[in-house]
Write a protein that binds this ligand. Sequence first.
Ligand code: ZN
Length: 367
Amino acid sequence: MNKTGFAFHEHCLWHDTGPCSVFDAPGGFIQPGTAAENPETKRRFKNLLDVSGLSELLTPIKGALAEHDDLRRFHTPDYLQRLATQSDQQFGEAGLCAPFRQDAFHIARLSAGHTIATLESVLKGEVDNAYCLTRPPGHHAESHQGNGFCLLGNIPIAIKAAQAKGLVNRVVVVDWDVHHGNGTQEAFYDNADVLTISIHHDNNYPIDSGAVHERGDGPGFGYNLNVPLPAGSGIGAYKATIEQIVEPAIKRFQPELIVIACGFDASAMDPLGCMILNAETYHWMTKRMMQCAADTCGGKLAMIHEGGYSEGYVPFCGHAVIEALSNAAIHVPDPLGADIARWGQQSLQPHQQALLSEISLLLNDIH
Ligand code: ZN
């Protein structure tokens, strides 16, 4: 078994997105209802780990509130001030599709703080690898505003904190949330020390973000890779993306740490994505990233929770990932996995391969 760290804090589940109904602000013809980004998906993931017994085999990681110095390495002072002020009021709006209720800044700092602690625990060798189950998520948050349910850029904040402490220099971020990791891209766009790779549904969210030609600036040119897969991509397309793009990129780059922005919204059951993965594919991708980490950086792998909006299915995808990380004997069967795997067009399709062939030519700029 591996010593797998697990960062979690109940208070993160108390974050309330407030006036957001399913996928947008209620009003007009939109009936008020539960926001897509709500605690239940993550709570059921944690509950399944408890019920299966897997959580007893994990090493708890406790995070503190992220310090203002940590936040300022990515976010502008104006934005942080606005977030703090609005957070003392009943409602706030951090940016596009990022409403919140009071205490959000405090809880977002806790979420970022757990991400910081997760990276540090892996880098210091206290655990072999780790999973951080936290919210609000972070990968859409921009330097000057929140975006897409995200208030603070958990991963950029944690990487910059670890770099500032001299714990790491070269890091790869693989973002397999179904939406573009635009915030992480922005944070390291002109930086060759952090290779950012985002696998996402082409032009889903944010709109007009995540194209192949967004490759980085200045010294960072070549160190941002976008894989905007067409709607309907499934098991074959994702496995080919890992084999043809992600693994060769990581081997060329030779990181000291691999961070996964782990969204489960590319699952076949997700209401905010149009991809068709099952839990077994998340297990497979995690195993491949563990092998990549073993080959390049002593196995140092930190996975940070992002999106995933199917209350029923996220727990099985998440459990499959933790099974992989820990090498535990405990296995929870995926109730839908076999059926999903038999859906049409699960194999790699020619138009998907054409995109991967185009992107694989860009790997030559990674050194
Ligand atoms: Zn997402």
